[in-house]
Write a protein that binds this ligand. Structure first.
Ligand code: FES
Length: 107
């Protein structure tokens, strides 16, 4: 844990085998971390169509995640819903990397 709302959620070493990692922040909040290049994006691990885990989905063009359940797509940087059946954005969280460690900010 660090000050000012930043929570340590892992390190870059966690992505050696996959570009996705799920962290449970509290009972009703799981965050999906997605590593793209030298950045890590943080989105809620819940599709806004039917609450299925986005961590089961696939990354397209390093900027979109596609839910495998019914095909909704979201921009991993903005959370914007980009394809039906989802119309509501997914929650996104600020992230930063310091000394190989990953932090996200939960408001
Ligand atoms: S639960 Fe994701 S598209 Fe339906």
């Amino acid at each position: 844990m660090v000050s000012s709302g930043w929570i340590e959620v892992g390190s870059l070493d966690d992505f050696k085998e996959s570009n996705k990692k799920v962290v449970r922040i509290k009972d009703n909040l799981e965050i999906l971390l997605i590593k793209v290049g030298n950045s890590v994006f943080a989105i809620e691990n819940k599709c806004t169509h039917d609450d299925k885990p986005l961590s089961d989905g696939k990354i397209i063009d390093e900027k979109i995640i596609e839910c495998i359940y019914h095909g909704a797509r979201f921009d991993i940087e903005t959370g914007r819903a980009m394809r039906m059946p989802a119309v509501t954005p997914v929650n996104i969280y600020k992230s930063k990397i310091e000394d190989n460690k990953i932090y996200i900010q939960i408001e």
